[in-house]
Design a protein around this ligand. Structure first.
Ligand SMILES: [Zn+2]
Length: 295
């Protein structure tokens, strides 16, 4: 679920639907849905539920994630961000088609977070929504609220933090990234920092990227657009997981704070993890050690 910044079309389309949206509120969120029966799919079945019932469950879970994610990132709870008129808006469209149509988003999208309007948009469709898209999009907004826009935050960190909140995905990612390392299939740190992954439009095209083998030698990867995007996203969350699991939550908060204060990624890393990580190459090496030592 990549991020789109301030697209006007979202706002225009919203007003067109405004009359039929019903609003429900919690301390930090306003949730909008169109009262109707909606179909929810899970891995083995699908069922019909009332949009209102599921929306209430979404709102309840959103508050749980708000607390948890803010605490994980070291956000002061006392600051009471996102209350009253600063509440985050969640729009749930009746189905995937309506969401894509209204948001003008590419067909693969499952949700989006808009920083400018503090709005999350997604759709009724999956029972797993409350475990996946919901925490992911909330994390995007909290993370950006925390680090601001002053520092140069690479996309992998944004997406890594958001994916880390999808707790059920963590084990799967660990397996996948370990496998990629084994066959020397990981992107370079340079690509992670600079590759304009959002511009990869063609899933079938083959992209040729450099790699650094486990022995430190130069190599070449041939990846389809799809594989390139998957590799990038898996690496993103794995890098974040490495920092949090290896060095703890407090250091990660310090790292985010350094970014908020305007440091670039390498400076923020060395400020906080300087005794272990002196540059991006060290970061890459130690991350790979950590992957290899997964049990
Ligand atoms: Zn995302």
């Amino acid at each position: 679920m990549r991020i789109l910044l301030g697209l006007l079309i979202f706002c225009l389309n919203t007003s067109a639907y405004a009359q039929s949206w019903k609003e429900i509120k919690s301390d930090h969120f306003l949730l909008y849905f169109i009262p109707s029966s909606v179909i929810l799919n899970s891995s083995d079945s699908s069922s019909t539920v009332e949009a209102e019932d599921f929306s209430k469950e979404v709102l309840r879970k959103a508050e749980v994630y708000y607390e948890r994610i803010a605490e994980d990132l070291g956000y002061q709870r006392a600051s009471e961000f996102w209350t009253w008129d600063k509440r985050v808006k969640i729009y749930l469209y009746v189905d995937h088609d309506s969401f894509i149509k209204a948001s003008n988003h590419p067909a693969w999208a499952g949700g989006m977070a808009d920083y400018d309007t503090k709005t999350i948009r997604s759709y009724f469709g999956s029972r797993e929504f409350t475990d996946t898209i919901l925490p992911h999009e909330i994390a995007h907004l909290i993370f950006r609220d925390f680090v601001g826009f002053k520092g140069a935050v690479p996309l992998w960190l944004d997406e890594g933090v958001a994916q880390w909140t999808e707790e059920k995905k963590r084990e799967e990612v660990k397996k996948a990234v370990k496998e990629m390392l084994k066959r020397d299939g990981l992107l370079t740190m340079d690509d992670m920092m600079k590759l304009p992954i959002d511009s990869i439009k063609n899933a079938e095209n083959v992209y040729i990227r450099p790699t650094r083998t486990r022995k430190g030698e130069k190599g070449v990867l041939f990846l389809t657009g799809n594989n390139l995007i998957t590799t990038y996203y898996v690496q993103s969350v794995s890098l974040v997981g490495f920092l949090i699991e290896k060095f703890g939550k407090n250091d990660f908060t310090g790292f985010c704070r350094a970014l908020r204060d305007g440091k670039n990624l390498e400076e923020a890393l060395t400020t906080v993890y300087g005794t272990h990580i002196r540059n991006l190459n060290d970061f890459d090496d130690q991350w790979k050690d950590y992957i290899e030592n997964y049990t």
